[in-house]
Design a protein around this ligand. Structure first.
Ligand SMILES: Nc1nc2c(c(=O)[nH]1)N[C@H]1C(S)=C(S)[C@@H](COP(=O)(O)OP(=O)(O)OC[C@H]3O[C@@H](n4cnc5c(=O)[nH]c(N)nc54)[C@H](O)[C@@H]3O)O[C@H]1N2
Ligand SMILES: Nc1nc2c(c(=O)[nH]1)N[C@H]1C(S)=C(S)[C@@H](COP(=O)(O)OP(=O)(O)OC[C@H]3O[C@@H](n4cnc5c(=O)[nH]c(N)nc54)[C@H](O)[C@@H]3O)O[C@H]1N2
Ligand code: SF4
Ligand SMILES: [Mo]
Length: 732
């Protein structure tokens, strides 16, 4: 059945087309005529329709144009009018057609019939599936309070409907991917600048990139703008224990010892202050706590930091001076994923503090404030109040400054397993795969086994769906209608995009909006979902004249606004109303008001630190099984440096085991100078349990099984790099 829908697109054809798209993107601009969208990317054969869409292969949500023939998506092209991606669609974006036509798509609702995780399901109708879901939600809500059902939705334009449902149903226990992604960094910058900054990459002259990999971990427009800035003469310094593609492209790469970034930052601050290189006018007027900071970093000499982070003292001092010289068009790149260490918030605070000293805030080539595009909240609603509910979220109270709307996956999972402070017995997941993306897979399995009922909605049988009791087939992004979403984008402008289906949905796949609406109706909460997506979008766009026309005409709506100097005459959203070098709220809460460095434990050849990272063709755990991409990374290997490998008799390609505190995996070694002798690495999303992922089942090893699940004490962000593993050669 699946094959009848397959477009006539071989991998070779795909690559050729992808190349054409790149060329079209490079020509850029102008192609879209108002009445006939998208004759842009040259050589379009007759019989094709062109329709705007928004890529969903990662969170960047690049606007794209689908070329549709006979009701089949043949190809995806970038939208040249979409400034945030600078008219680019990456390899994963090009491979988005496979989301629809994959042989591994979930086709209809499935109910578990075997043991959990055994993979035995039976096909049921949507009516049955929704009745079961409603009945379980009712019964768990009645027996354990409504907070006894937990909801988790990944990065998706319909995820807010899952959260809306949870609110109407009465559960505070909602989770997203964010506590495994970036909340420590968000916390740190909010608690320093009162804002989460958008780097003005395009106009920068000097970037120190620490613990980020912008040429593989694509973030738009930063990845593209960084290349442009470098072509225009900007300097890039990369600190990463691995030789990433970003490191390869950099002017300088330092294989920093993991978990020592703060020492490096404090030493930069030391030099900037000691040599009076910091922006004294800016710091005097706009910041709070320079005296305390000066005292704090007094002992943090480059020599001291060098012993910690393995970067020569003279290089640290030189980088500080070079940064100051290029300032304010210079930055310590704020980074994105910060799910690294138990003090990741303080580590990122140290990045923020150096930026403040450079005076790069609100100025060209520095860090800019996020700009509001003016999208409204959609159809409003009044969630009911449930009297017998517990006081707080299940994960409350362990991380001092957790974002209540995001929670902490790590802490929630611990609490569910402990059954404290109250039992949680049901779980709904949508568009997220924590079985692969949350450290300590055994714990996730334990949590699921402690639950009474789990529902998972996906487009393929992910490992998370594999563990569920009820599996619901989702429409892919090319088949569904989605609300509008706002995007930030430095000089690329804040903008709005939305999605309409470009082809009819295949099989019995449905959007999560419909699922939430149907369950809500069954449990007497229908009034909260009594609208259509069109109506929701109308409300969202109500304050933006002409926005819908622009979206239909260009696939994107811009609301240009001032980019620099927006803080002139304004107070900062912090306690002191200034940029906080010294954080007085932290002091009051018993937290360190300034980042305090603690040296990491020493490694050794029997103890490596395991770090996570990315590859440009893979999105977290979701695109490994894509038939158009699998060729580029069919499996994962354990990266290990030649020195320890030699000592342990491990040769390139040998099978090795890698053992973390909670689990062990086996895979082949890649013996390489691309990692430090004390650090090993493997790509995410392999070693799957689900046989439904046919391209990758049996391939590689699961990093989630090996990663330790510590957490950042301030934000509750997962701390995945606090993992020490041992490695050994498998007996032949
Ligand atoms: N192709 C692709 N692009 C993506 C994604 C994807 O999966 N694939 N995911 C998107 C998402 S959700 C996010 S959050 C971003 C993530 O993008 P980034 O924030 O850039 O995060 P990572 O790619 O995880 O890169 C972190 C780097 O830190 C290094 N590292 C590990 N420990 C240390 C340390 O102690 N100090 C220093 N200095 N470095 C260290 C790792 O080797 C790794 O290369 O990428 C986004 N873009
Ligand atoms: N080991 C390790 N762990 C990590 C990371 C890492 O680099 N390494 N990165 C961390 C970061 S930064 C993040 S953001 C998180 C992300 O973690 P997750 O939120 O788990 O994201 P993905 O791994 O992309 O999983 C997305 C799931 O959604 C499914 N999906 C795709 N499209 C659709 C759709 O249209 N509808 C539905 N219903 N489902 C769909 C995919 O099949 C997949 O199962 O992981 C974190 N965890
Ligand atoms: S960066 Fe690539 S995968 Fe992510 S939204 Fe843009 S085109 Fe899609
Ligand atoms: Mo992320």
């Amino acid at each position: 059945m699946a094959d009848s829908y397959r477009p006539a697109l071989s991998r070779r054809g795909f690559l050729k087309l992808a190349g054409a798209a790149g060329a079209a993107a490079a020509l850029g601009g102008g192609g879209l005529s108002a009445s006939k969208p998208a004759q842009a990317a040259g050589g379009l054969r007759p019989g094709f329709e062109s329709k705007f869409t928004v890529c969903d292969m990662c969170f960047n949500k690049c606007s794209a144009i689908a070329r549709v023939q006979g009701g089949v998506v043949q190809k995806l092209d970038p939208n040249p009018k979409f400034l945030k991606s600078r008219g680019m669609l990456c390899a994963r974006g090009n491979a988005g057609v496979e989301q629809v036509y994959s042989r591994d798509r979930l086709k209809y609702p499935l109910l578990r019939v075997g043991e959990r995780g055994e993979g035995k399901f039976k096909r049921i109708s949507w009516d049955e599936a929704l009745d079961i879901a409603a009945e379980k939600m009712k019964s768990i809500g009645e027996r354990y309070t409504r907070c006894g059902f937990m909801f988790m939705a990944g990065s998706d334009m319909q995820s807010s409907f899952v959260h809306r449902f949870a609110e109407a149903y009465g559960s505070y226990n909602t989770l997203s991917h964010e506590s495994m992604c970036l909340i420590a960094g968000t916390r740190a910058f909010l608690d320093t600048f009162g804002e989460v900054p958008i780097p003005d990459m395009l106009y920068t002259k000097y970037v120190v990139m620490v613990g980020a990999n912008r040429f593989e971990s694509l973030v738009t427009p930063d990845s593209i703008d960084l290349m442009t800035a470098m072509n225009n003469g900007a300097k890039l310094v990369v600190l990463d224990p691995r030789y990433t593609k970003t490191a390869a492209k950099a002017d300088e790469w330092f294989a920093i010892r993991p978990r020592t970034d703060m020492a490096f930052m404090l030493a930069l601050a030391h030099v900037l202050i000691k040599e009076k290189l910091y922006d004294r006018k800016f710091v005097g007027e706009k910041t709070y706590g320079i005296e305390q900071l000066a005292k704090h970093v007094e002992p943090c000499t480059p020599q001291w930091a060098s012993e910690q982070c393995d970067i020569p003292a003279e290089d640290i001092a030189r980088i500080a001076r070079e940064l100051a010289k290029a300032a304010p068009a210079a930055m310590v790149y704020p980074g994105r994923r910060s799910s690294n260490y138990t003090d990741s918030t303080q580590i990122r605070r140290s990045y923020a503090i150096v930026n403040a000293l450079l005076g790069n805030w609100d100025r060209p080539g520095g860090l800019t404030a996020a700009r509001k595009v003016g999208l409204s909240g959609g159809v409003p609603f009044e969630p009911p109040f449930y009297e017998n509910n517990p006081e707080d979220r299940i994960d409350a109270g362990r991380a001092k400054l957790m974002f209540p709307e995001e929670g902490s996956f790590k802490l929630a999972r611990d609490a569910v397993i402990a059954g404290k402070p109250y039992p949680v017995k049901g779980w709904f997941t949508y568009h997220t795969n924590p079985m692969q993306t949350a450290a300590n897979r055994q714990k996730t399995i334990k949590m699921i086994n402690d639950m009474e009922f789990m529902i998972s909605m996906d487009i393929q049988m992910s490992d998370t769906a594999w563990m569920a009791d009820l599996v619901l087939p989702s429409q892919t992004y090319l088949e569904r209608q989605d609300p509008c979403t706002a995007q930030q984008g430095s000089s690329a402008c804040a903008c709005v995009v939305m999605r309409d289906p470009v082809v009819a949905p295949l099989y019995e796949s449905k959007p999560v909006f419909w699922v939430m609406q149907q369950i809500a109706r069954r449990i007497g909460l229908g009034e909260h979902f009594d609208f259509t997506i069109e109506q929701f979008r109308e409300k969202q766009l109500s304050g933006l004249q002409g926005a819908m026309d622009a979206l239909k005409r260009d696939g994107v709506y811009y609301n240009p606004s001032k980019l620099y100097g927006v803080y002139e005459g304004k107070i900062y959203k912090t306690k002191s109303h200034k940029i906080e070098l010294f954080n007085s709220r932290y002091a009051e809460m018993g937290l360190d008001p300034m980042p305090v460095y603690t040296p990491p434990k020493a490694g050794g050849y029997d103890r490596f630190r395991l770090v996570v990272g990315r590859n440009a063709v893979i999105t977290q755990s979701s695109s490994q099984n894509n038939s158009l991409l699998v060729k580029f990374q069919p499996t994962n290997h354990l990266w290990i440096h030649p020195d320890p490998a030699k000592e342990m008799g491990i040769k390139d390609g040998d099978w090795v085991w890698v053992k973390g505190p909670h689990g062990k995996q086996r895979l082949q070694a890649k013996v390489t100078h691309q990692t430090r002798p004390d650090t090993v690495y493997m790509a995410t999303g392999f070693g799957v349990l689900s046989t439904g992922l046919k391209n990758i089942y049996g391939e590689g090893a699961c990093i989630a099984e090996v990663l330790n699940d510590d957490f950042d004490g301030i934000s509750g962000n997962m701390a995945m790099h606090e993992t020490w593993v041992s490695v050994g050669r498998e007996a032949a």
